[in-house]
Write a protein that binds this ligand. Sequence first.
Ligand SMILES: Nc1ncnc2c1ncn2[C@@H]1O[C@H](COP(=O)(O)OP(=O)(O)OP(=O)(O)O)[C@@H](O)[C@H]1O
Length: 381
Amino acid sequence: MSDNSKTTTAVADTFPQQRDGDTAPLLKVSGLSKYFPIKGGFPIKRTVGHVKAVDGVDFEVYPGESLGLVGESGCGKSTTGRLLTRLYEPTQGTIEYRGQDITRANRRQLAPIRSEIQMIFQDPYASLNPRQTVGTIISGPMEINGINPPGGREKRVRELLEIVGLNPEHYNRFPHEFSGGQRQRIGVARAVALEPKLIVADEPVSALDVSIQAQVVNLLQEVQREMGIAFVFIAHDLAIVRHFSQRVAVMYLGKVVEIADRDSLYNRPRHPYTHALLSAVPEADLDVAKRERIRLEGDVPSPISPPSGCRFRTRCWKAQDKCATEEPPLVRLSGNREGHLTACHFPEAGTTEARDADIVMDQGLKALEDDADGGAAVSKS
Ligand SMILES: Nc1ncnc2c1ncn2[C@@H]1O[C@H](COP(=O)(O)OP(=O)(O)OP(=O)(O)O)[C@@H](O)[C@H]1O
């Protein structure tokens, strides 16, 4: 397990098709929403609005699989992750874990499940207590849950250190004595200490050096395969989850706009936003020779008052009147595989090959590129 020199190998692409039709989801969320109140007024503060961070998402996570959750900053990915682990209380919707509704479960009711759902955070510096030794940090979940493994907690911690590629002799060291990548390994050891069924990993490698990222992704992949742990892997771009997730959900402004098995999502995406995100993935990470080029204009609109109808319409090159008035449902479009769902009134063709002309939504960026390569890009917007 500790050999990090291996290159990232793709997990079987066939995973979703191989899944037995009778397999029950480990986790099922329906209509999940989280609205953060905005307080205003003086002297008495009142709720004057809401940040609709997550606004009605539905998806399932199956045992042992990895579901990637992707979207730009502010789309609601972290909030979704925190809802799944019940760090946040949902405003609406339901979360079912192994068929049991845990949406409103209290501390006592959650106790048996707590150890089965773990989280790995983005920032390995902030998520480890600097005053605790590695031994104390990793054995923390065992202590909280009153678990005494055979041979004792210390023995188990040393085994875990070895599993994540760290020296078991470093049991008594403090987090500051480790590098960023090593600290994230400590976070992984803590998350797997209780052999969970599901890990929500919130941008687990984005704070790390690029050279270290692949090593940590490899480690997570080994953990997923060898321990059979399901993952919800949150990332802001499609490059990292490509190597890790058998299914990918694309989020935009609090909604899932497309969800599919990896092959469909990367090779036959239908939602314009997925096309735009894929266009930003470095060529080397994709198999196609000549790909379309799309540059998105501006930032994600405010989740306080999202656009009516389709939320992506204000940045979409295909938007028409209908997009402003009718919210597109997340459905299977004709020609798409089972489980490939898209929320779009005017979906793109299911290909990522280059178009006759690039779509360049950002004029500033276009001008820079024109300067750089003698005006090769053609604006369509
Ligand atoms: N505790 C909070 N109170 C108020 N608003 C919040 C809170 N947490 C998140 N938000 C807002 O909810 C929206 C979604 O945030 P979230 O962190 O879930 O997005 P994200 O896709 O994970 O982005 P990032 O990659 O930047 O973390 C953002 O507009 C954010 O400002």
